[in-house]
Structures are given as C-alpha cells and as structure tokens.
Design a protein around this ligand. Structure first.
Ligand code: SAM
Ligand code: F3S
Length: 451
C-alpha cells in the first residue's frame, strides 16, 4: 500500500473549449463526469494531463483551424507520453466522425455533443481494445439522464433546456452537428433549477440554440411552450432573475411578449440574432423573416417591456452582399438601437447550402464591414451605459472584482458588469447600487440599498 508521502498523484483532465455557451456548459458536464467516473481533477496545464479533451466548434473556419493547431500540440505531447488519452468532442467531432481518425490517427476517442455522457465508457473500451472509439450519434434525451447531479458554483448557473436546431439557415452547420431541436421535459428542468436554488443560485440562464422553440409535447395534450416554461421557472421561490440565450426571431410570439410583460423576474435583456438588415440577403440565408417582420417583433416586445435591451449577431460578407445590402443592415441597427452585438465575417462551411455559392466578397471588404458594424454597435452600447450614470440598478453580486479583489462585482439586468466597494457578505445577493461612472466595458457604482 502507498504511504501518504508516496501516494500516487490523482489523474488529471485538461479541456480546451472552443465556441459557444453550449460548449462551455458541456465542458462543465464533462469535468463532473470524469471526476465521478475516474476521480480526475481538472488542470489548466496540458503537459501534466492524463486526459486531454478538445470540445470543438465548427461554426466558422477560424475556430476549426485553432482546434487543429492545438491538436498538433497534444500530438507532440503524446509522442513523449504515449499513455496520454486524447479525446475530441463537440461540433468538429460530430462533423468529421471517423474521418478525424484518418487525419489524426493518434486521437483515442471521438464523441459528439449528444454522446458526451458516454466518454467514460468509451475511454474504458479504448483501453481494453487498444482501439480508437467513435460515437457521434444523437441519442437525444439520454444525455441528461446520465449526467451527474448539478452542483452550483456561485449565485448564477446555466441550465440547458433544449438542444439542436431545425432551422437550417443556409450558412450554418449547427443542425448537422448538433441534430434537430429537442426539448428536455419541463419537470426535469424545474427540478434542476430548484436543486440549484437550494445550493444558493439566484439567477439562471436558460440555454439552447433556439430556446424559444422550446416545446414539450405531452400525451394529455397539455403541451408546454417556452412562455409557459418561463412562467413556471419564475414561480420558483429563490430564483430572482431569469435570462435566456439564444432566441430566434421567428419564434418571438405574442405569448412570449406577454410573458415579458407579466414576469418581472424575466431579464429585460434579449439576444436576438438579426444576421442582416437586407431582405435579399435574409432570403438567401433562409432566415424566414424580412427586416420589417423583425422590426415588428421588436415593437411587440418593446410594447410589453419598454426597458428592453437587445443584442444581436450579424454576418457580413455573405455571398452576393453589396454595399447597399450592408447599408440596410447599418440602417436597421440605428432604427432598432441595439445594445451591442457580435459581427462575424461569413465563412463558408462544408455541407451547408451556402457553401455552393461563390464566396465573392473580398476579405478586406469583409474586414472593413466588421469594423464599421462593431464601431456602430459599440457606440450605441456606450450611449446606453452613459445614460445609466446616476440611475439606481438592481444587481446580483457574483464575486470580487477581477482587477481589485477588495472590490465586488455584479451584473445589472441589462447584463453590464458593475464594480463597487462593498462587504464580501453581499456576494450571492441582489442589491441596489447607484451607477457613478462608466469605463470601457464596465460600470462603477456605490451601494444604494441592500434590503
Ligand atoms: N441559434 C444560435 C444563435 O443564434 O446564436 C446559432 C448559433 S451560431 C453558433 C452563432 C452565430 O454564429 C450565428 O448567429 C451567426 O451569426 C454566426 N454564424 C453561423 N454560421 C456562420 C458562418 N458560416 N459564417 C459566419 N458566421 C456564422
Ligand atoms: Fe444556425 Fe440558424 Fe439554427 S444560425 S443554429 S441554423 S437558427
């Protein structure tokens, strides 16, 4: 038996996460799984890991390239330490499957976003058979039934309510890599949030590629849609704020607008990707709405919730996008008054319909459009921050400030980070602060009321 001084150090897992919030969520689940099944502890240092996991993204070419270069580093490490296990999950794994092993035969396990719960078993099989394992199937709800119980880390938490996407926008790989939309049972979601609230969580962010497509079909015909799910979550006693991301304009319904009017716990901040303000481009993208229809949805939401804060995603340089199309996007941004957004250069993705169109907007034009768009949306966001100076805002205090550990940090309803001097005992609570100044990305404040 090992004496305490000679006890073997525990095994370690290093995960590199690329891409969206869903992948960040999945990464937490993978760590919890490996802690439970193999008593592994996470490490930030790839060189000391026994298991290296890449949770990949294929939504744009750049993310995919970054992954392959990191994979090369792991390969070098494995040449010195052949016992290191390399596992690849996420959307590149889902898209490539067995083909990944042709390109990188040293990879031991390939799993998809819906089979991550099988990683411990797949590692065991790989060890027993000394053969790489691949499983990128879509067994849907099985994933959630096989994850360890949730553990809160602080007063905020992410909760996945649906997976996949059935919208098939012409540029996007997600429906192919994550499968069609499916919704978790509402009772399982409520139980999970209830459990998190018992552990101190006060704010949840509901996650999904299209959260407002949420639909639980019930045998008794009493189906649960997104508005009803929000209503039930807002009834949970300790949950004080509910956010969600990402939603799709097509499924912004009057029922959802009514929920925003009726439920004060529902955050006024919504991320609603527009992609383009040109009808011609929106049609080519197969988004299913026109600029006017998008505007109508915003009007409906603002009627229900006048303090609505909107952020968005934009793609510039989609095939055939002219200066006029881009101007239409800028015009719509001004008209709507977004509170910030993400601008992406169009990147053709293999297997999507748009990849058959000529990628005809030159790179320097795409770059210039991204810069123009970001300058505009940053300017709008700055204006909103400046207008908040002097106002009292309700924030959830989630920890110490990043730059100054003597200060605290919280988030406003419209999702701005606020730094302020205060007692550590406020962490985990909702309090009122008065905004005193704006910095580039954050606000400064003083405590107003802690009741
Ligand atoms: N429903 C999710 C959402 O709306 O965030 C879809 C997510 S996708 C992972 C996030 C964003 O990536 C999209 O809204 C779109 O702006 C961008 N995107 C998707 N495919 C792209 C592509 N081929 N080129 C550039 N940007 C892309
Ligand atoms: Fe992608 Fe469109 Fe769905 S952007 S995730 S196919 S809504």
């Amino acid at each position: 038996m090992d004496s305490p001084t000679h006890r073997r150090a525990g095994k370690k897992i290093h995960i590199k996460t690329f891409g969206c919030q869903m992948n960040v969520y999945d990464t937490d689940k993978i760590i919890a799984l490996m802690q439970k099944s193999h008593a592994m502890e996470p490490t930030d240092n790839m060189t000391e890991a026994n298991l290296i996991v890449f949770n990949t993204c294929s939504v744009r070419e750049k993310a995919e390239e970054k992954f392959f270069s990191e994979l090369g580093r792991a390969h070098e490490l494995k040449q010195d330490r052949p016992d290191v296990v390399i596992a690849v999950g996420g959307c590149v794994a889902s898209q490539e499957g067995e083909a990944l092993l042709t390109r990188a035969p040293y990879v031991d396990v390939v799993f998809g976003p819906q089979t991550l719960h099988r990683l411990p078993d797949m590692m065991q099989q790989q060890h027993l058979k000394q053969q790489s394992q691949v499983d990128i199937s879509f067994p849907e709800i099985e994933k959630f039934d096989n994850l360890p119980p949730v553990r809160a880390e602080g007063p905020t938490a992410f909760v996945s309510i649906m997976e996949g996407c059935s919208k098939y926008c012409s540029f996007c790989v997600v429906p192919y890599t994550r499968g069609e939309e499916f919704s978790r049972p509402s009772q399982a979601i409520l139980d999970e949030i209830n459990e998190l609230s018992q552990q101190g969580v006060r704010e949840v962010t509901l996650l999904g590629q299209n959260v407002n497509a949420y639909l639980e079909l019930r045998d008794d015909g009493n189906d649960v849609d997104f508005a009803e799910l929000l209503e039930s979550i807002c009834q949970l006693p300790y949950i004080e704020r509910v956010r969600y991301t990402t939603s799709h304009p097509l499924e912004v319904t009057s029922r959802l607008a009514e929920a925003h009017a009726r439920l004060p716990k529902l955050s006024s901040q919504i991320h609603l990707p527009l992609q383009s303000g040109s009808d011609r481009i929106l049609t080519a993208m197969k988004r299913g709405y026109s600029a006017t229809q998008y505007l109508d949805k915003i009007r409906m939401l603002r009627q229900a919730r006048p303090d609505l804060s909107l952020t968005s995603d934009f793609i510039v340089g989609f095939p055939g996008e002219t200066d006029e199309d881009f101007e239409a996007t800028l015009h719509l941004i001004d008209q709507i008054g977004f509170d910030g957004g993400y601008a992406f250069m169009y990147s053709p993705r293999p297997g999507t319909p748009a990849a058959n169109l000529p990628d005809d907007v030159p790179l320097e034009v795409k770059r210039a459009r991204v810069q123009t768009l970001l300058a505009k949306s940053d300017g709008l966001a700055r204006g909103i921050s400046e207008a908040m100076v002097g106002t009292v805002q309700r924030i959830l205090v989630d920890g110490h400030a990043r730059r100054d550990s003597l200060e605290l940090r919280g988030r406003t309803d419209n999702n701005r980070v606020v730094n302020f001097p205060g007692e550590s005992s406020l962490i985990g609570r909702f309090i009122d602060v008065r905004i005193t100044a704006t910095a580039t990305y954050t606000l400064r404040a003083e405590v107003f009321n802690v009741a």
